[in-house]
Design a protein around this ligand. Sequence first.
Ligand SMILES: [Zn+2]
Length: 237
Amino acid sequence: MVAAREPSQKVHTYKDIEFTLKKSERKTTSIYIERDGSVSVLAPKPFDMERVQATLEKKRSWIYRNLAEWEDLNRTRVHREYVNGESFLYLGRRYQLELVKTQGVPLALKQGKFCLVKDLVPKAERYFQEFYKNKLKPRLDERIDQYAPRLGVSPRRVKVMELKNRWGSCSATGMINVHWKCAMLPLSVLDYIVVHELSHIENPNHTPAFWRAVEKALPNYEEQKKWLKFNGAGMSL
Ligand SMILES: [Zn+2]
């Protein structure tokens, strides 16, 4: 896997896992996949290498699964130049970019084109993110309202945000977070993410009961799941 790292951090190796050690305030040893796809081990000081290695061994399959997911999301990161004719996804469709001199807002979807004020190109990424966030929230709320009663659950809060390497997440207390990138997905795939996270309210893990709940609310979920696995990687700003 390809990952950028802070040059100052010492990289340790355990079998084929590269990791950096960080001091934990707590007595427990835990593992994180960082935003750049590197592995960090949080451990109390002084570092006990045997304990660190034992934790890595125990969490091996978890680490591999998460690194694979991270790579899926970042493998084909698009390089953006924000020039006329470049295409951007919105709800599963591609729209071309047109740079304009002026308009009421920095970025708007008008007559089948993404129109961006030319002078604001240096901040284009931010405006696209804002556009996606603002457009996604009401759609997401609408989908939640549709599917939550079918699953017999009610989330405590739903938020659109930057989620690093996940499309969505659901906390034990029923708070659902969805990545703003979901605004790029076709609505049928967004539905799968909504149903997936709603199903986690009652089933925190991916158990057979969890998948049964997903299937009950969304009988064709396998199709959407595959679509996401296959196409999700290339979706970035
Ligand atoms: Zn899940």
